[in-house]
Design a protein around this ligand. Structure first.
Ligand SMILES: Cc1cc2nc3c(=O)[nH]c(=O)nc-3n(C[C@H](O)[C@H](O)[C@H](O)COP(=O)(O)OP(=O)(O)OC[C@H]3O[C@@H](n4cnc5c(N)ncnc54)[C@H](O)[C@@H]3O)c2cc1C
Length: 415
């Protein structure tokens, strides 16, 4: 398969580079000590949903100005139709756009709304829901978070217990979500709730709702992780009245809506570019005057081979991401990522952990330094080692991805 840019794609790539050069606000500088979330599109030093409401006025304005610049072009949600604030780009153009933003180390904007909820609403939402929510996401005005997991429901999502009972033109929601990424910055949540407690199979009793976080009865509590950051939250619902108009899809059929959202979640390019940059930074450091000699001479050859293997794996991941997008692009409009996205997610998550170990190994005891000042390579691989712990379950556990690949990709029997 030839994935070289066509002349049009190469021209578009140049256009994106020029746009970043001209429009990325100089005042919106990376903050290496800032709190990092763990979303695949994160760029180190930025956390756009947090920056958007930062106490630091310069940072807040930078985040807003960058969102406004992207929104002008429809590039917050590049693949959506123009009527909803997108740019109507093809899946491949969107891939190139994100690749170039990541390479320039500038943040994408409104990731969960733009890459998860938006595409899901385009497939399953009503015209009213699309008109109400998509343009605001595409302008960077409303941010979203995903409330699927619960204390007793992660991999076995169908066992979720947050209850919604119909009362006139509203559902009354009671229960708890957990690990809700960036929930403390979200204006809205998309959540799965149980509307039929007796349904068999259980996933046929689940409904997909859009919940305004300012509604009475919603409480959001950030959770601190092993890095001392709070990338996610607990969310409690106590008698929250959610209008029936905020239901996506039919009652008790929310599972299928959620599966679309999860497919979109696993299809991104973000991680690949991040890993490539991290490895090239490592190689650059080891070749520099400061880093030369760090790896003991008698281990040099095997370490070189290990680095070469990581590089080859990063190229594989890039090609997997590109392949996932090309499958989508080749299908009719609205084709969703399939099991290919799980291959991408699984390989990427495990590579993240291997890469972190490879990097940390070079630094010996200095590889445990957490403070960036004075640490070799600004402690990048100490941080990556901690970030990588969650990689193999944050977007669905590796075992679950393997099940998807086995059953949907290879058509193996379920038992
Ligand atoms: C950083 C981070 C961000 C997250 N963000 C969000 C978010 O925004 N929204 C949200 O809803 N959730 C979010 N999550 C939750 C995430 O989706 C769950 O952690 C994940 O689905 C796994 O569920 P669990 O943690 O309950 O683990 P469990 O499901 O309890 O799994 C525990 C272990 O058992 C294994 N296991 C479970 N079932 C099987 C099986 N059938 N076969 C073989 N092995 C199995 C798993 O692989 C795993 O090793 C986030 C998690 C993290 C770490």
């Amino acid at each position: 398969m030839n994935w070289d840019d066509t002349p049009e794609e190469a021209a578009f790539r140049d256009e994106v580079r020029a746009f970043v050069r001209d429009r990325f606000p100089a005042s919106y500088r990376p903050d290496p000590d800032g709190e990092q979330s763990l979303e695949p599109e994160d760029v180190r030093g930025y956390n756009w949903p947090a920056d958007r409401v930062s106490d630091d006025a310069e940072r807040r304005e930078g985040a807003r100005a960058w969102a406004a610049a992207l929104a002008e072009r429809g590039w917050i949600a590049p693949h959506w139709p123009r009527e909803y604030g997108g740019a109507g780009l093809s899946a491949l153009e969107e891939f190139i756009l994100h690749e170039e933003l990541m390479r320039a180390r500038v943040p994408t904007v409104n990731g969960i709304g733009a890459f998860l909820l938006g595409p899901t609403l385009l497939v399953h939402g009503t015209d009213e829901q699309k008109a109400a929510h998509l343009p605001r996401i595409a302008r960077g005005e409303t941010t979203w978070a995903q409330g699927f997991s619960e204390p007793g429901a992660g991999s076995d999502l169908a066992s979720l217990r947050t209850r919604a009972v119909r009362d006139g033109d509203a559902y009354v929601v009671d229960g708890q979500k957990v690990w809700t990424s960036l929930g403390q910055y979200a204006d809205w949540l998309f959540v799965l709730v149980r509307t039929d407690p007796d349904a068999e199979p259980r996933h046929r009793g689940i409904t997909f709702l859009l919940v305004d976080t300012s509604l009475p009865g919603v409480t959001v509590r950030p959770i601190t992780d092993l890095r001392g950051a709070a990338p996610f939250c607990e969310v409690f619902f106590e008698g929250v009245r959610v209008p029936v108009a905020c239901r996506v899809g039919d009652e008790n059929r929310g599972w299928y809506v959620a599966m679309s959202a999860l497919g979109f979640e696993r299809a991104g390019i973000g991680a690949t570019i991040k890993y490539e940059q991290a490895l090239l930074d490592l190689v650059g450091y080891l070749r520099s005057a400061e880093g030369r000699g760090l790896v003991r001479a008698d281990r040099g050859a095997s370490y070189r081979r290990e680095i070469a293997r990581r590089y080859a794996e990063i190229r594989v991941l890039y090609n997997l991401a590109r392949y996932t997008v090309s499958v989508q692009a080749a299908g009719p409009e609205g084709t969703e990522p399939g099991y290919e996205a799980s291959v991408n997610q699984l390989f990427g998550a495990e590579l993240h952990q291997r890469l972190a170990r490879t990097g940390a190994k070079a630094f010996g005891r200095a590889g445990t330094l957490w403070a960036r000042d004075g640490a070799p390579l600004n402690a990048a691989f100490t941080h990556m080692t901690r970030d990588a712990v969650a990689a193999t379950f944050l977007g669905g556990a590796s075992e679950i991805q393997r099940n998807v690949i086995a059953t949907r990709g290879l058509h193996l029997p379920r038992s």
